[in-house]
Design a binder for this molecule. Structure first.
Ligand SMILES: [Zn+2]
Length: 292
């Protein structure tokens, strides 16, 4: 079941919560996310992210996600995370209904021009467009945050000139979980950006944030939260637990990882305030059958 992606985020904005966007890596991790969504009637974004594309290719990742989701009645949107221009164009042809274009490597003016062009194309395909402004570092980077935070004035111009539907911002979180210092989540920066920008905001790298930080971010204007690392830890725990008890079939370990990841996803959905929201969005009839 796939509602228009932007409706999902706008519903979150109108009702004061955030919708979760979680990465797919394999059939089992995709199933884990769908199980969490089904068990709690929660809508979600299934993200084809930076790691899975070199692993299996964009087309195979999309087809795997579509096939797995077809066996579920979870309300979902399939989203491309951090796409290059070529990946965005391929994703639209494949049938993605939500894409993020990452033009962060370009100078600001060129980023605006490229994002505007791709946004027009994506809108012709009926897809939601996300872009990111400011730099979101990796967990192991040394960071001078002033150089990384999204500049509110630039955000205002960027959204007005590109026409993007949602904007990912840098406000203190990183990709991955920082192992040494706590992330300095800048709620005041989010509020400043929201005051100037009329589209919903997105925060990447929500792993490691406390439930309080998450609800503060939502109150400040964030209505899509991307999260991967904490769920990967849960999946890994399932595998390690299984093999710590002696040699087992690979499938036994993967199934345990899937279950622990599903449970961890429900916990995150509760933090995001999105549990049970699928009932509020329009459903398309389907009758899935499956064996997992
Ligand atoms: Zn990201």
């Amino acid at each position: 079941m796939t509602p228009p992606a932007l409706d999902l985020v706008e519903h979150a904005r109108a009702n004061g919560y955030a919708v979760g966007a979680f990465n797919v890596h394999s059939p089992e991790t995709t199933q884990a996310l769908l199980l969490a969504a089904e068990r709690t009637s929660t809508p979600l974004f299934l993200q084809v992210g930076r790691a899975v594309i070199p692993h299996m290719g964009l087309r195979a990742a999309y087809e795997m996600t579509v096939r797995t989701a077809a066996e579920s009645d979870a309300v979902h949107v399939i989203h491309l995370d951090h796409g290059t221009e070529a990946e965005v164009l391929e994703a639209l042809r494949l049938g993605f209904t939500s894409i993020m274009y990452d033009g962060a490597h370009l100078p600001f003016e060129e980023n605006i021009a490229a994002t505007r062009r791709l946004t027009r194309i994506a809108h012709d395909f009926g897809a939601m467009v996300e872009a990111e402004l400011g730099r979101i570092p990796d967990a192991d980077e040394d960071v001078d945050w002033d150089a990384y935070y999204t500049d509110p004035g630039e955000a205002e111009r960027f959204v007005a000139e590109t026409g993007v539907d949602v904007l990912a911002i840098s406000a203190g979180v990183v990709h991955g979980v920082p192992l040494t210092t706590a992330s300095p989540l800048a709620i005041d920066r989010i509020e400043k950006i929201r005051a100037l920008v009329d589209v919903p905001l997105v925060l990447h790298g929500a792993s490691g944030l406390t439930p309080t930080e998450i609800s503060d971010a939502i109150r400040a204007g964030v209505h899509k939260l991307n999260l991967d690392t904490d769920l990967r830890f849960a999946f890994r725990r399932g595998i390690e637990e299984t093999w710590a008890a002696g040699d087992r079939q690979l499938e036994t370990a993967l199934a345990r990882g899937r279950e622990l990841m599903a449970e961890a996803t429900v916990t995150k959905m509760a933090d995001f305030g999105c549990l049970g929201r699928a009932q509020d969005v329009t459903l398309v009839d389907s009758s899935p059958t499956r064996s997992w």
